[in-house]
Design a protein around this ligand. Structure first.
Ligand SMILES: [Zn+2]
Length: 309
């Protein structure tokens, strides 16, 4: 963002930017902020009428896409029409395109046409949660901006109303600075229970006789989802530890617990366990009883753990 600020002050804004990071909520905030930086004449980014209009989506020179769930060929056509209209209030016409990763190749190819010959004073701000889902030809027309996650201090400020929740520091640890994840965790009342259960399964489950202790038939589908997603990230961390990449571990608050058990698993076992969890993730919409499915997952994790020593 500093970059755009600098380019604006030098009069060197380019015709298109591509913002990339894994977190949708962060990206949405970044696009709005980018629009404010470019259009705001007061550098207030908050209180001036221009910024307020951008914030509430009523600025006539800021067009936001997609109109529906995913960016489609009709959106591409509308973008072309919008981009060719002159700005009304500002020096620039801004086209914001959110989550281009959700669009088809066809609609991206159509969008490419306008990116290749952008009308004067039109600037495209495009976001994607996955850079690989954006066509190389489209990428080549945009200046790529990697979004670094927020630091703990800014997150504490943003989520100050939750500061006293017992899982606040855990959430800080776990989300790697992405606002969307942070919000999800702090508003999920089961998060800390799910987290502790996942941790116990990964670090303490040693024999099939113990499996029953980890199964709660009353768990809902969303709790079950939460638990296996957390387990998956913890097994992923064990792989990182074994590969000597301690600095990339996600579950930092249980780093020492994970370090202690890393030798119980071979790399092959961990790969297979993560594969099993993925399979269960796909299966969960069939009408198998959740607790049975969970039980068989834990059994197969133990099997894999001992078979792949
Ligand atoms: Zn402003």
């Amino acid at each position: 963002m500093q970059n755009i600020l600098h380019q604006k002050s030098q009069g060197k804004l380019v015709s298109g930017y591509l913002f990339s990071c894994p977190d949708k909520v962060t990206l949405n905030e970044v696009l709005t902020l980018g629009a404010k930086i470019i259009l705001c004449n007061e550098n207030s980014l908050d209180n001036c009428p221009t910024c307020q209009k951008i914030e509430c989506g009523s600025h006539p020179d800021v067009c936001v896409y997609p109109k529906g769930d995913a960016f489609n060929t009709q959106d591409s056509q509308d973008v072309i029409d919008d981009a060719n209209k002159k700005p009304i209030l500002s020096n620039y016409k801004l086209i914001l395109i959110k989550n281009l990763n959700n669009s088809s190749e066809q609609s991206q190819n159509k969008l490419l046409k306008i990116l290749e010959s952008p009308p004067k004073n039109t600037i495209f701000l495009v976001s994607t949660t996955n850079i690989n889902k954006v066509l190389a030809t489209v990428r080549s027309r945009l200046l790529k901006v990697d979004i670094t996650p927020f630091d703990s201090e800014s997150l504490c400020e943003m989520f100050s109303e939750y500061k006293n929740k017992e899982d606040f520091s855990l959430a800080l640890d776990y989300t790697n600075g992405y606002v969307g994840d942070m919000e999800h965790i702090l508003t999920d009342e089961n998060f800390i229970a799910n987290y502790n259960l996942a941790k116990d399964i990964v670090t303490k489950l040693k024999s099939s006789a113990e499996i029953v202790n980890f199964i709660n038939p009353k768990n809902t589908k969303s709790q079950f989802n939460g638990i296996i997603t957390l387990m998956q990230s913890m097994y992923g961390d064990l792989m990182l530890l074994k590969a000597g990449k301690k600095e990339l571990v996600k579950n930092k608050s249980i780093l020492s617990d994970l370090s202690q058990i890393q030798d119980e698993f071979s790399m092959k076992a961990l790969t297979n366990i993560i594969k099993r969890i993925n399979e269960v993730n796909k299966k969960q919409y069939s009408n198998v009883t959740l607790s049975l499915l969970f039980e068989s997952l834990l059994t197969s994790i133990l099997e894999v753990k001992y078979l792949c020593r």
